[in-house]
Ligand binder design. Structure first.
Ligand SMILES: NC(=O)c1ccc[n+]([C@@H]2O[C@H](COP(=O)([O-])OP(=O)(O)OC[C@H]3O[C@@H](n4cnc5c(N)ncnc54)[C@H](O)[C@@H]3O)[C@@H](O)[C@H]2O)c1
Length: 152
């Protein structure tokens, strides 16, 4: 499958160290986009980055916790410093909801889940939008959600 629209574009993929984010980053790279692999998991994130670069793509890694505003601001700054601009962001990083029934929910996990999945995604959009507005040429932000949001 080819996506000529992505050729030469610069994309941030959060949560790209594994799972859907990793596959998205590889797909973007195959379409000749430059990708920033942004993830909390440094070991796996760097391995994916290396794999993309060794297969002829262009990728750079940054360690980020999307629930931390300063990390997210630096992620966007790093993208612009490395590749000169931002065109696309795939906000994919997330924690999987706790499987426990509501009557037993773990309060600490709940707080972390809201901080990452909800606030973290909003923080990503905040700093990505600031950059896209500065560039003045539009762009695309894709937020990955889940059917788990409806399940309860
Ligand atoms: N896998 C599925 O079947 C499925 C279905 C529906 C929706 N989704 C959604 O797709 C997205 C990816 O799912 P997945 O199954 O590939 O997840 P995954 O658990 O395999 O990967 C998530 C990645 O996000 C990273 N991450 C977690 N917290 C982070 C943080 N605070 N900062 C930075 N990185 C962080 C992890 O290190 C990991 O690399 C999620 O948003 C999930 O809700 C997945």
């Amino acid at each position: 499958m080819t996506f000529p629209i992505l050729e030469g574009k610069v994309a941030i993929i959060t949560g790209a160290a594994m799972g859907m984010g990793e596959q998205t980053a590889k797909l973007f790279s195959e379409a000749k986009a430059k990708v920033v692999i942004a993830d909390f998991n440094e070991e796996k994130g760097r391995a994916v980055t290396e794999e993309i670069n060794q297969s002829g793509g262009e990728a750079a890694f940054i360690k980020v916790d999307i629930s931390n505003a300063e990390d997210v601001r630096k992620m966007v700054e790093f993208t612009v410093e490395t590749y000169g601009k931002l065109d696309v962001a795939v906000n994919n990083a997330a924690l999987t909801p706790d499987d426990k029934p509501t009557v037993e929910f773990d309060e600490q996990y709940w707080d972390r889940l809201i901080a990452v999945d909800l606030k973290g995604t909003a923080l990503c959009m905040k700093y990505q939008l600031q950059q896209l507005q500065k560039q003045g040429k539009g762009g695309s932000i894709i937020n990955i959600s889940s059917i788990s949001g409806f399940r309860p």
